[in-house]
Design a binder for this molecule. Structure first.
Ligand SMILES: NC(=O)c1ccc[n+]([C@@H]2O[C@H](COP(=O)([O-])OP(=O)(O)OC[C@H]3O[C@@H](n4cnc5c(N)ncnc54)[C@H](O)[C@@H]3O)[C@@H](O)[C@H]2O)c1
Length: 457
């Protein structure tokens, strides 16, 4: 099957056969003339890093970036909350003596801080809530900077189109882009994929992807107000409790389940062509759980007619499973456990070479990105990162609407969940008083999507 990469605009979708079977992004990009990037990226040069979004993952990613070698420095940071930035910089400075040189002038607070932080760096880490990612990625590429951005890279179709356009631009500018879908840097997954593409399990006819688990975290309004000793505006509350708001998080099918859906797209070398699903909020009810569902069940159909059955659930006291499986004509595959069980007389296989287990994939993805920057190797994960993010959005569209939704219709959608496009055009104080897209009713509860009624395209 051909891998399809598209040019996406709200007006239409232009399909181009971009990568032929068996070709990799690397082989394709190696045909593009490579200019020397003006980023001081010779093997020994110091690479200056800016961290945008100094929370848990941003701090982790900065730690991994600083662990790639000696010639790396953190020089700038941006966040909307001074408390988050302070804690992050302190922790990083303790861990990486002499590598964290973020002067007060290079610590930017506010919705437009990212632009100033990006200007200081050779490589930027984008790790805010994902609603801001397209805008920040676009700016980093505009400024000609290499990027590591966390998944998901968008939470709606408008963001997806922006990321694809910026990814094209990054390619032209020979910028290196990493995306935090770390399974692509995990040896067991890489070996399994290679075998599946080589046909060891025959033709893949069905897949399943699960992220069934518990609620990750919640920051109740009351606790936040107690902690900060003041009332929070609705905007600040949603920013601090971002997981439960679609414009910031995309729902957990985007924020978490993307990892599993991405593995299936990776296996299929493309994205699904349609989705239909069911979802709702059955047990996780309450004022602090915002407007997202606690379960989504989606059937994704791929171009060759094969189907991926997907489930993601945040409910306590139920069976949990985070995994990706596939069924082929010659074998049954547990992709995450890296095993193929042969059907009948077909050979089985298990990834078991302990010495080859490889590094922690969170570190490996940074090692690979920095190696590409230092040695000017083709590197752009933004395309598949965007397609996997949009696959999650497609799934959410199908569960929120209760309708079968095609990929082509989904990517053209102008029903945007995002309000971030103008948030950096006003002062920070004004922005914190803006009304987010959803507000609680008189009982403090938010309106959830209603399948059969909610419009998504
Ligand atoms: N690859 C993985 O396995 C993995 C794991 C965890 C998180 N993540 C991803 O990392 C991202 C961040 O998650 P987290 O757990 O670190 O969240 P977090 O809440 O700990 O951190 C987010 C940070 O961004 C800041 N922020 C919010 N809006 C901002 C803006 N407009 N500009 C600058 N800063 C802003 C917040 O104040 C906070 O410090 C998410 O996209 C998440 O999905 C990926």
């Amino acid at each position: 099957m051909n891998k399809q990469i598209f040019t996406y605009t709200p007006e239409g979708v232009t399909r181009r056969n971009f990568l032929k079977t068996g070709a990799t992004a690397g082989t394709l990009l190696s045909t593009i003339p490579i200019e020397r990037i003006a980023l001081g990226a010779s093997p020994g040069d110091t690479i200056k890093v800016a961290l945008i979004g100094c929370g848990g993952r941003g701090s982790g990613a900065a730690d991994q970036a600083l662990s790639t070698g000696d010639s790396v420095k953190l020089v700038a940071a941006a966040d909307v909350h001074p408390d988050r930035m302070e804690g992050s910089l302190k922790g990083l400075a303790n861990r990486h003596k002499g590598k964290v040189e973020v002067s007060k002038e290079n610590q930017f607070i506010g919705f437009d801080g990212y632009k100033k932080a990006i200007a200081q760096a050779d490589l930027v880490i984008l790790a805010t809530p994902p609603g801001f990612r397209p805008m920040q990625f676009e700016e980093a590429v505009r400024q000609g900077k290499n990027v590591f951005m966390e998944k998901p890279v968008c939470v709606d179709a408008a963001g997806f189109r922006k990321v694809i356009a910026a990814a094209e631009e990054a390619k032209k500018k020979n910028l290196k882009v990493g995306v935090g879908l770390q399974r692509h840097h995990q040896l067991g997954y890489l070996e399994t994929m290679k075998r599946l593409w080589d046909g060891q399990a025959g033709d893949i006819v069905a897949m399943r992807a699960y992220w069934n688990g518990n609620t990750p975290w919640v920051h109740p309004r009351e606790a936040l107000e107690k902690q900060h000793g003041r009332k929070l505006s609705e905007m600040e509350y949603q920013l601090r409790n971002w997981y439960y708001f679609v414009w910031l998080c995309g729902d957990h099918i985007c924020e978490q389940h993307i990892h599993n859906l991405d593995v299936i797209n990776w296996l299929k070398k493309g994205h699904p062509v349609k989705a239909r699903g069911n979802g709702g909020c059955e047990t996780r009810k309450g004022k602090d759980y915002g407007e997202i569902f606690d379960h989504h069940v989606v059937e994704f159909t791929y171009e060759d007619g094969s189907v991926c059955f997907s489930q993601c659930r945040h409910q306590l006291g139920c069976w949990n499973d985070v995994s990706e499986h596939a069924v082929g004509t010659k074998g049954i595959i547990n992709i995450g456990s890296h095993t193929i069980r042969g059907i009948g007389n077909e050979a089985s296989w298990r990834f078991k070479d302990e010495e080859k287990k490889g590094k922690n994939p969170y570190q490996q993805e940074h090692d690979d990105l920095f190696d590409a920057i230092r040695n000017n190797k083709p590197y752009n994960e933004a395309f598949y990162g965007a397609e996997s993010s949009m696959t999650s959005v497609l799934g959410r569209m199908s569960t929120y609407s209760g309708k079968e939704i095609s990929w082509d219709d989904a990517v053209k959608s102008t029903v945007s969940d995002t309000m971030v496009k103008d948030i950096d055009k006003v002062s920070f104080a004004e922005a914190l008083q803006l009304d987010p897209p959803s507000k609680p009713g008189p009982d403090g509860m938010y309106q959830l999507p209603v399948p059969g009624k909610t419009k998504v395209i």
